[in-house]
Design a protein around this ligand. Sequence first.
Ligand SMILES: C[S@@+](CC[C@H](N)C(=O)[O-])C[C@H]1O[C@@H](n2cnc3c(N)ncnc32)[C@H](O)[C@@H]1O
Length: 260
Amino acid sequence: MGMGRVALVGAGPGDPDLLTIKALRLLGEAEVVVFDRLVSPEVMALIPAGTQRVYAGKAMGDHALVQDEINDLLAGLARSGRRVVRLKGGDPLVFGRGSEEALHLARQGIPFEVVPGISSASGCASYAGIPLTHRGLATGVRCVTGHARDGEALRHDWKKLADPDATLVFYMGLSSLPAIARELMAAGLAAETPAAAIENGTTFRQRRVLGTLSGLPAAVVAAGLGAPTLIIIGRVVELAQALDWFTTEPVTAIAAEAVR
Ligand SMILES: C[S@@+](CC[C@H](N)C(=O)[O-])C[C@H]1O[C@@H](n2cnc3c(N)ncnc32)[C@H](O)[C@@H]1O
């Protein structure tokens, strides 16, 4: 039996219409799809009925498979001649450990390709009416992890992050949001800097909470947001009301006066 191959495919943030044409084609051709928890049910529904599906998803504290097992699974499936799609939420190479999987395959001499997906920063921002950059409001954007190892503090250079002229996007930042807000304010970012949390962005389940840096942690708790949630901090969030085109639920405009 010949060698198979692995396509590391970005599923985008949730809306199935945001899949690339290449991703859709590869899903149609795959014999096995190894998928993550973050892949939306709407995208999963596009996988042909007869295709084998393997769940490799990770939720906090619930790892169906650990990373080494996922790496070995992908390599083993390809060695047994299968056409494998490794389907990951957003973009596989943005906070997705896709590069670790690709490195493992490369070291084993297993053919692979990478199909980029729309990362949640781009997808959630667009569907929340927030431009990541805007002339006069943000000259750049930084995507940062909000995930800290159990019991450890986040290790960022907060002074560098506390830039009023840039947009900050925190992935995996929901549980550390109080610490993020505290650290940024201690490093000099104004308490009234506009800030947003977007849950299940780009899907019909999307909810946005708009507020200020100091008020967002409490507003997020009050709204009961859960994973997956993306945090966007910066003056661009001021535009979220004016550019709202997608909201399916009433905006939870706690402290909305601060983002007029
Ligand atoms: C492990 S990272 C994976 C990111 C992914 N590779 C990407 O490019 O978007 C998971 C984090 O992405 C964010 N995320 C992914 N999909 C999201 C969505 N539909 N809505 C809000 N946040 C999302 C959340 O911050 C979540 O904690």
